[in-house]
Structures are given as C-alpha cells and as structure tokens.
Design a protein around this ligand. Structure first.
Ligand SMILES: [Fe+2]
Length: 336
C-alpha cells in the first residue's frame, strides 16, 4: 500500500504555494462531486495477433489523462497507481494529458509517476503541449517513465520482447507516423500508444494490432448518451470510450481502446458507468475468442461517423500551443 508523501502538495516555490488550496480543502470540495473516488478496473484479452507472437501472456496496464492538478486530488492518483500495481503488470502505459493548464504541479506529477511499479511508457497529450511539453517531459523522466515522442522501442520482459510505439499528440499537430513506425520489426509484437484514438486507423496499416489512447475522458457524463453528443457529434470523434476495431488478426486491421482516464482538467464531475475513472488491463497473448476466463466489460463496438479536423481547425490548435508558450515566456520574464 502507498501513503501520501509527507510533502505532497506542499512543495515548490513560496509564491506558488500561496496560490494553492490545501490538499485537504481540495479533497473536501471533491467529495461533494464524487464521494467514492471511484475507479473501475476493466479487463480485456489482446488481439489474436499476439497469440502466436508471445510464448506467455503479457499483462499491460493502461491509464490515461491523469491531469495531475487541482481538479484531481492526489488520493485519486495514489489509488489509481495502487490498482495498477496490484495487478503486477509486465508493462504500464500512460497515454497523455499528465497536467491541466499550468506547470504548478510538475513535482506532484513526478511523484505520481514514481508510484507506478514496473516499466512505464508514455506519450504526451494536448494539455501537456498547452502547459509546456519540455517541462512535462522532464517531470515524467524524473518520475522514471520513458517517453516515446514519435518513436518505438523494444522492451525485454524476461525472455519475451515486445515493441512499444508512441505517437506524439495528434490534436496539437505533433504526430509523425512515419517517424514513429521507422525501424519497426515484423518478428516482434507491437503495442501502440496515441493520445488521440483516431490515429489507430493508420497504425493498424503499419501492423500495430492494438492502440491504447485517451483524450475523451469517456465523455465524463455518460447518462442519456450525452457523451456521444459531446464527444461524437460536437467534437467529431469516431471513438468515444472503450474497445473498437477488430481483434481477429485480419491483415491491416486492429483494435483501439479509449480509456476514460483518471483525472479531469476543468470539471471534476463524472457520471455514468462509461464515465467512471478507469484502469484497463490487457492480457496480450490470450485468445480473445472463446472461453479465456476474462470477463470483459463490453464487446468491440462500432465507431461513430466521426469528422476529420479541417485544415483551419488544425492550424488553430497548433497556434494555441504557440500562444500559450509565448504567454508563459512573458510571465517568466515580463520585461523580455
Ligand atoms: Fe484529458
């Protein structure tokens, strides 16, 4: 079991500490919205492709959208790490949005990442770019994670080897598929990470049978299918929450999983089963067909229609990163 570090939420510069609510006060406010701090643990078998590639099943734990900061109290982060560690995963993957809107919680991010026991691989999300990607990267590395910015790597787990591919954030225009897939080996299994799930379609063509992602928070409020309206119709996502695609091993096809995430950046409210915070366990090398002993939360789903972002929207998103960086620079050096 983990306990909160003595200095949790109290470190950092004086100036920053003064602006903060105490962790106790944050918890008090939070409990009004979510008394249980409820986190679901959901399990799935990996795609068929891994069955022939692995000598023994590998357990991958996936969490996403930690959003370490004011809106997500630290006990939630600790609980998520405890749930992951209790599964004794071979591999832990985290698919972006580590922070919210500022760099005020980078020490806590480092401490959060350090709670995870096992090899941790990450990709960044849009909030990380908005808040300063370089500083988020540094915090992740200090916490013991390996960051994959449009890159892939071979991980040895006992006698097994698996490739982990990380696609950088597509929302802010940083995804480079060609770079991310460069040098991928066809004789080793591959698991892909991308903050934005829609990137999976192209990664399947690059022989990545499973892509783990985040970004949507499952819609957070999922009653009356509000998540489909907000994330699907309004935001244009094909994949809202959970498992999509196919696990049957057909060539140039694959599966994508959209995790509901652990934190929130704006509104802490989560309501409805699909909106629950989530730790997802994938058993790679276990046959998804037939009686495999895994009680899966849901079947593979059909995607929504989705809508590709226009060039104008892409430019606007990229511009937001530049504007935020300029604002940070002004705040650091107001005379500069
Ligand atoms: Fe997020």
């Amino acid at each position: 079991m983990f306990s909160l570090p003595n200095n949790w939420g109290t470190g950092g510069a004086k100036k920053r500490t003064r602006r903060r609510l105490s962790p106790q006060r944050v918890e008090e406010i939070w409990s009004r919205f979510d008394p249980a701090g409820d986190i679901a643990v959901r399990r799935f078998a990996g795609p068929q492709a891994y069955v022939g590639q692995l000598d023994r099943p590998l357990r991958v734990a996936h969490v996403t959208d930690l959003h370490v900061g004011l809106v997500t109290p630290m006990p939630i982060q600790v609980k998520a790490a405890e749930l992951v560690n209790a599964e004794e995963p071979d591999l832990i993957v985290i698919t972006g949005d580590f922070v919210c809107h500022t760099q005020s919680w980078l020490d806590e991010l480092r401490d959060t990442i350090a709670l995870y026991k096992g090899p941790v691989f990450c990709v960044l999300g849009n909030h990380d770019y908005w808040s300063g990607a370089q500083d988020v990267r540094r915090a992740l590395v200090r916490g013991g994670a390996e960051l994959l910015d449009n890159a892939n790597t071979v991980v040895a787990i006992g006698s097994q080897r698996i490739q982990v591919l990380g696609l950088d954030d597509a929302y802010t225009g940083h995804a480079d598929r060609r770079k991310a897939t460069k040098g991928l080996r066809s004789d080793l299994p591959i698991v892909g990470l991308s903050h934005i799930a829609e990137e999976a379609d192209a990664l399947w063509h690059a022989r990545v049978p499973l892509v783990l992602s985040g970004h949507t928070h499952g819609g957070q409020v999922t009653v009356a299918r509000l998540n489909e309206l907000a994330i699907g119709k309004l935001s244009g996502h094909k994949y809202i929450h959970g498992l999509y695609g196919t696990r049957n091993g057909a060539p140039r096809s694959g599966a994508v999983y959209v995790g509901a995430g652990i934190g929130a950046a704006v509104m802490p409210l989560r309501w409805g089963d699909r909106g629950r915070r989530e730790v997802t366990i994938f058993e790679l090398g276990v046959d998804p067909e037939g009686d495999n002993g895994i009680e899966e939360h849901h079947q593979t789903q059909r995607p929504l229609r989705g809508r590709r972002p226009s060039s104008k929207l892409k430019a606007k998103r990229a511009e937001k990163v530049v504007k935020r960086a300029a604002r940070r620079a002004r705040m650091t050096d107001p005379l500069g």
